[in-house]
Design a protein around this ligand. Structure first.
Ligand code: NAP
Length: 247
């Protein structure tokens, strides 16, 4: 895999979990990484410190359109226009059809879907000028595999997959690839509570062909692969990283 020196990467939702591991991996490959979290935190500061020179962070609540636009403006005006954009941040709740709530639907679609559209709308025209770019959406197996309690979250991830394909088609002539990774169960803060239920965790492991959960490092490897110079002919795809759980 080629190094990423000279490239700038914006990784949303990178204070913790998959985003953080991806940001650190891209930094280790030489990219200047912009970490992001919803608010200032020790997590963000320590990610920047660990990533080393050139790394920085920005904060924004993606449920608020003006904050998403502000991030896009900031990277443009501070000369931090990304070559690599990892759309990873999301919110998640157990909202299905049985307990449907319009407020929660709007919160998840604004934060998870509209924010990605705004960032693409704001940044792609600038990225096109460089005739090189990598956009990686972090989707979810739930975008293709229904789960009753995650119906709204899954629908948001399915919508993102479609947006990613459109972006791939529109931006291929500009040397910009757009792909989506579909994690299964990856051990992060997000599911730490649920997985403390040993019986539930065991049942889940049995369902996954590899009988184990994934790691943030494994996701980071895939994101780094899709960010590299050598993968410029791979676009418009979804790649599961789920131990076979998509089957
Ligand atoms: N973990 C899994 O098993 C799994 C499976 C499938 C897909 N995914 C997807 O993978 C991605 C990362 O998941 P994760 O488990 O690594 O997440 P996580 O550990 O829960 O971290 C969430 C990240 O998103 C940020 N964030 C939270 N609310 C936000 C908001 N309103 N606006 C902007 N940013 C916000 C957080 O910032 P703060 O630290 O400031 O709160 C944090 O950086 C998500 O898109 C998720 O849907 C995860």
């Amino acid at each position: 895999m080629n190094g990423l020196s000279g490239k700038t990467a914006l990784v949303t939702g990178s204070s913790r979990g998959i985003g953080r591991a991806a940001g650190l991996k891209l930094a280790a490959l030489g990219a200047k990484v912009i970490f992001h979290g919803v608010r200032e935190s020790d997590n963000l500061r320590s990610a920047v410190a660990e990533a080393g020179s050139g790394a920085t962070y920005l904060t924004a609540d993606f449920g608020r359109e003006e904050e998403v636009k502000k991030i896009a403006d900031t990277v443009k005006t501070r000369g931090l226009l990304p070559d690599i954009l990892v759309l990873n941040a999301s919110v998640q709740s157990y909202t299905g059809l049985a307990n449907f709530s319009t407020d929660e639907f709007l919160r998840m679609f604004l934060t998870n879907v509209a924010s990605a559209c705004i960032l693409l709308h704001e940044l792609l025209p600038e990225m096109r000028k460089k005739s090189w770019g990598r956009v990686i959406f972090v989707g979810s197996i739930n975008g293709v595999k229904p789960a009753s309690r995650l119906a709204v979250y899954g629908a948001a991830k399915a919508a993102l997959m479609n947006i990613a394909r459109t972006a791939a088609m529109e931006n291929a002539p500009f040397g910009i690839t757009v792909n989506t990774i579909l994690p299964g169960v990856i051990e992060t803060d997000r599911n730490a509570n649920a997985l403390t239920d040993a019986a539930f965790a065991e049942e889940l492991r049995r369902e996954i062909p590899m009988h184990r959960f994934g790691t943030t490092a494994e996701c980071a490897e895939l994101i780094a692969f899709l960010s590299s110079e050598n993968t410029g002919y791979i676009t418009g795809n979804e790649i599961s990283i789920s131990g076979g759980w998509q089957l």
